[in-house]
Write a protein that binds this ligand. Structure first.
Ligand code: SF4
Length: 408
């Protein structure tokens, strides 16, 4: 988020805080995730979304059409973060049109699209269309970030993603996106790892490879059981101790980068560093570590029009279905059912380490922000200390040379 955008969005954050306390109605969300399809050509060991259509073919026709989506976007107004989710988003033939409509009505500052990277040429073509379209669509300042999934090196990646040849296609996709970025600097290229019981012990190799990719961002999330992914009972979440050991490497990396970062990069890296602590604590205690603002600052719309507070709770705590409410998002957002869902979340009836939500929760928590500030301070002091030691070491030979000369 740019400094200007942060200032512009500040009143919303105040509104979210008051809404959490039940003092005012929740303002409209700042962060919208839309599952554009449940189709997926991966066969991941951590997710069973791909099983939906082989079992229930007729449900594909129930996915929201672009006309329906346009009506929904019109009723939401502006959001800052627009996350295009799936399934595999690039399997949706009209994904570019959906993004165009989002630009027109939601006016997002950031559009984020994860991908399984199985269709490098198609991904490149669609992303190019988006990048060429933003100015025409009235979104000259929007930033587009594409995040291919990266769960292990070589055969490990293919095994976890359940798709032979996926790693080669991942490399191809990253290469194409990085070349595109040279033409369109607004494109952000990242990779993301889902840390699960299948790869936690090899995370050091994965992090080292992510560094070699030389992409803009590397993000890791812990694998959790989500109703959306139909993966309950899979035991995919790594044990706390194994995660803590593995994630230390990533924290060393974020700590080092914090020492060199400035401005908003400093805040982003600081929150990321803190998120790894939060996740470790969640794995140990399995309870909400910070108050959760899902269903207040953030919202998720399913491919069938269900309004979820988050992908973890999904249909179990749907606030309503947009098709049944005449595509009127606000009617659902301010309904008694939505309030009931929020009360359950506030009563801490659920818990999870969902990264997208955790970042918003950190921003809403003065205590957490103070801890992020503490990490930043420590990183800066450590960096300054290192530079001082380096300068002293460089000066030492010169000083001893001078004193040798003066003795002569
Ligand atoms: S704690 Fe997790 S599961 Fe509960 S509402 Fe927040 S994001 Fe969803």
């Amino acid at each position: 988020m740019s400094r200007r955008a942060l200032t512009e969005q500040l009143p919303r954050f105040v509104g979210y805080r008051l809404a959490y306390e039940g003092i005012v109605k929740p303002p409209l969300p700042i962060n919208l995730t839309l599952s554009v399809t449940n189709l997926c050509n991966s066969r991941c060991r951590t997710c069973d979304i791909w099983c939906i259509y082989p079992a229930e073919k007729e449900r594909l026709a129930e996915e929201l059409t672009v006309d329906e989506l346009e009506r929904i976007f019109q009723s939401i107004g502006s959001v800052y973060f627009f996350n295009v989710s799936g399934g595999e988003p690039f399997l949706r033939p009209d994904v570019v049109e959906i993004v165009r409509l989002a630009c027109l009505h939601l006016k997002p500052g950031v559009i984020h699209i994860p991908t399984n990277a199985l269709m490098p040429a198609k991904i490149e073509a669609r992303v190019t269309e988006m990048l060429e379209g933003f100015d025409r669509w009235g979104s000259p300042g929007v930033k587009l970030t594409i995040k291919p999934s990266f769960d292990g090196v070589g055969a490990d990646h293919d095994r976890i993603r359940g798709t032979p040849g996926n790693y080669e296609k991942l490399l191809d996709t990253i290469g194409r996106l990085k070349r595109l970025k040279q033409r369109f600097p607004r494109l952000g290229v990242g990779v993301g790892t889902v840390v699960s019981s299948f790869n936690v012990d090899r995370l050091a190799d994965t992090i080292a490879q992510a560094r070699r990719f030389q992409v803009d961002t590397y993000i890791s999330e812990v694998a959790e059981e989500r109703m959306e992914m139909r993966n309950f009972g899979r035991e995919i979440t790594p044990a706390a101790e194994r995660y803590r050991t593995a994630i230390r490497l990533l924290q060393e990396e974020t700590f080092r980068r914090l020492g060199e970062a400035n401005g908003l990069e400093l805040v982003t890296q600081g929150i990321r560093h803190f998120y790894y602590d939060l996740t470790t604590r969640w794995l140990q205690h399995r309870k909400q570590i910070l108050p959760c603002y899902a269903g207040i600052s953030n919202v998720h719309i399913s491919a069938y029009g269900e309004v979820w507070p988050c992908a973890i709770l999904a249909d179990s705590r749907s606030m309503g279905n947009l098709k049944e409410q005449g595509y009127d998002f606000r009617a659902i957002w301010h309904s008694p059912r939505a309030d009931e869902v929020r009360s359950g979340i506030k009563a801490r009836q659920c818990d999870c380490p969902l990264a997208n939500q955790a970042y918003a929760n950190v921003l809403m928590s003065p205590g957490a922000l103070a801890q992020v500030g503490g990490v930043i301070l420590r990183a800066k002091m450590s960096h300054a200390g290192q530079r001082l030691r380096g300068a002293t070491a460089r000066l030492r030979p010169a000083v001893s040379g001078l004193s040798g000369e003066s003795r002569r």
